[in-house]
Design a binder for this molecule. Structure first.
Ligand code: GDP
Ligand code: ADP
Length: 206
């Protein structure tokens, strides 16, 4: 019996494309995926909870974690740090469970260096116009920041080639279904490898 490790799935894409929205809808379904809760220095928002949405830490605590190599990746994003705790990801994968990260593009590219066997999904806006509408309608950004985010989005979109899959986030439910299909299809790939390996062992014994 071969011990199967879990699969690391990474959902990423430009700010405002709908990563958080798609991830939340995905986790309402029974996928068996384990969500890796990130560490951040940004202030907690009303309705959020420590240890559910994020682990909220001071800048000093976060920088200590960087120095101790406790983060699989981290990025500075709009003045705050965000990072993925290394132990949770490694231990969960080791236990044979799949891990799901929802992170911005710089972080996803760092993960790809450490975990090239991960499955990288790029969430793509239906158009730049719609991306702008989503950033504006969320109402969290000033006009200048909206412009900065759109400029950053153009650069982020250029990174798309580094990803295994691209999902257009037109209708939320369709995008979620596509991500679910990717998860299922990756399971089938692993199963195929496992079956082939088993067959080789049996052939050797025959
Ligand atoms: N690199 C990295 N990005 C993260 C992490 N956790 C969340 N993010 C990203 O940080 C960005 C800002 O997240 P947040 O402050 O929750 O705001 P919102 O998602 O824009 O409402 C989003 O693009 C998240 O996907 C992480 O652990 N690492
Ligand atoms: N498929 C979609 N259609 C319309 N609006 C969407 C869709 N997905 C997300 N949104 C909206 O776009 C805004 C940005 O979504 P959010 O999940 O915060 O993006 P991100 O996490 O990528 O920054 C939110 O107001 C959200 O409700």
């Amino acid at each position: 019996m071969i011990e199967e490790k879990g699969i690391l799935f990474v959902l990423s894409g430009p700010s405002g494309v709908g990563k958080g929205t798609v991830r939340k809808a995905l986790f309402e379904k029974d996928t068996g995926l384990k969500y890796s809760i990130s560490m951040t220095t940004r202030p907690i928002r009303t309705g959020e909870r420590e240890g559910t949405d994020y682990f909220y830490r001071s800048k000093e605590e976060f920088e200590k974690m960087i120095l101790n190599n406790n983060l699989l990746e981290y990025a500075e994003y709009v003045g705050n740090y965000y990072g993925t705790p290394r132990d949770y990801v490694e231990e969960t994968l080791e236990a044979g469970k799949d891990v799901f990260l929802e992170i911005e593009v710089q972080g996803a590219l760092q993960v790809k260096k450490n975990f090239p066997e991960g499955v990288f999904i790029f969430l793509f806006p239906p158009s730049l116009e719609e991306l702008k509408n989503r950033i504006v309608s969320r109402g969290t950004e000033t006009e200048d920041l909206v412009r900065n985010r759109l400029m950053a989005a153009r650069e982020e979109i250029e990174m798309m080639d580094a990803y295994d899959y691209v999902v257009v986030n037109d209708k939320i439910e369709t995008a979620v279904q596509k991500v679910q299909s990717i998860v299922r299809s990756e399971h089938c790939k692993r199963e195929r490898v496992a079956v082939q390996y088993k067959k080789i062992l049996e052939d050797d014994l025959a």
